[in-house]
Design a protein around this ligand. Structure first.
Ligand code: PMP
Length: 406
């Protein structure tokens, strides 16, 4: 993608200039958490330096500034996702967002005999909350499986969508395989059958232009720290009718209109779900991240990452004994792999000494590891701020450390 000066873009990320173990850092762990541009760091710094106050409580100037900036960030994020601001609950991340659906939507509704459908490629954050709900309600969980390319087996998935299924919750993009699921088509099929849908967008929002309204889901969860924003920020988008019908998950200040010991009147959504002092500076930082990504253009981000992915896949495929997990037709820039005769953690540890940061382990996806029959994989995940030179240096380092392990 030549429309953008990617060297200039990379220079916006101060951390990427550092060294580790005396080597220039190559950060290939963006699916775990993304690095932050100067503008995001500056926005957080500016808030604490010049505007710090609590939101929605004080009439003084700083209180108004903080509230305006926080609500401004909500509106920026809403625009970025093509949804309404009053349908966007700000929270600490996808984990909280999915738990909010589990506890406020599912727990009061599900009964013995009901079923929840999940997929084999879910992150634990989209499995464990449903298990907790299933235990309490007597509902059961059914699992959609994968084909040999690491894509959802759609006919099998649709065969699971029977009358007792009340909810389908699935990831938009796999954090392990990079598989991009056709969520629009899947949500349409679920909706036809009256099944409510929740989509985990943790790994989609950082990499693709998102139009949540066009997906046709009921709930969509995102996490800010993977999309150039601060940690502890995220959001749940939900259809207005769900937010209106759902009881609050956490009680406290900010989420009420009037509190009496005889009973409390809750605030309107989304505030009803935002008890207590939020991560104000974090969301202002996330607003700056959204500005940054919007200025770049998500179609440019996607094209850049696809070029890096193609390059990395080609180079890795030449490494003898290296197996890449999943070959989906539509894939984000995440590559899980193993090298014959080498443990994932040993590879990652030796690569770290070469300055290369990749993740090794189960990637919070035990059921997917069970599917492949391995305890762990190595995962290189790329972002638009990475370079083709880094791809080459990574593969050269991999060849070197592999010899040490052989
Ligand atoms: N779902 C997926 C697909 C993820 O990759 C992650 C983060 N690894 C999460 C959920 C959880 O996100 P968070 O920890 O930010 O809540």
């Amino acid at each position: 993608d030549t429309a953008i000066d990617w060297a200039q873009v990379r220079a916006d990320f101060p951390l990427l200039t550092r060294q580790v173990h005396g080597k220039q850092l190559i950060y290939f762990d963006s699916a775990n958490t993304g690095q932050k541009p100067e503008s995001v760091i500056a926005a957080v710094d500016d808030f604490y330096r010049h505007h710090n106050a609590n939101v929605s409580r004080a009439v003084h100037a700083l209180g108004t500034e903080a509230t305006d900036a926080y609500e401004g960030a909500r509106n920026k994020l809403a625009k970025f996702l093509n949804v309404r601001g009053d349908e966007l609950v700000l929270c600490s991340g996808t984990t909280f967002a999915l738990n909010l659906v589990a506890y406020s939507w599912a727990l009061p509704r599900l009964q013995p005999g009901d079923a929840i459908v999940l997929t084999r490629m879910e992150h634990h954050a989209n499995i464990v909350p449903w298990q907790l709900v299933a235990q309490r309600t007597g509902a059961t969980i059914k699992v959609a499986e994968l084909n040999e390319r690491g894509e959802l087996d759609l006919p099998q998935l649709y065969s699971l969508l029977t009358a007792e299924v009340k909810l389908l919750s699935l990831t938009h993009v796999s954090n392990v395989l990079g598989t991009v699921n056709p969520v629009r088509e899947i949500c349409r099929e679920a909706r036809k059958r009256g099944i409510v849908t929740a989509v985990d967008g943790s790994q989609a929002a950082p990499h693709r232009a998102l139009d949540i309204s066009a997906i046709g889901c009921d709930f969509y969860a995102i996490t800010g720290h993977k999309m150039s924003g601060p940690t502890g920020t995220g959001a749940l988008w939900a259809r207005r009718e769900h937010l209106a019908a759902m009881p609050p998950f956490i009680g406290g200040g900010e989420m009420i209109k009037e509190v009496r010991f005889e009973g409390t009147v809750f605030n309107d959504p989304p505030h009803k779900f935002e008890a207590g002092t939020p991560n104000i500076a974090g969301f202002i930082g996330l607003g700056a991240a959204v500005d940054y990504l919007s200025a770049l253009g998500m179609h440019h981000v996607e094209a850049r990452e696809q070029a890096l992915l193609a390059h990395a896949t080609e180079e890795l495929s030449k490494v003898e004994g290296l197996r890449i997990f999943g070959r989906p037709a539509d894939k984000a820039a995440v590559i899980s792999f193993l090298v014959e005769g080498a443990h994932a953690h040993d590879l990652a540890t030796l690569l770290d000494l070469e300055g290369v940061a990749i993740r090794s382990g189960h990637h919070c996806a035990h059921p997917l590891m069970q599917h492949f029959g391995v305890p762990a994989t190595c995962r290189a995940s790329l972002a638009f701020y990475n370079t083709h030179d880094e791809v080459e240096a990574f593969v050269a380092a991999l060849r070197k450390v592999r010899k040490l392990l052989a």
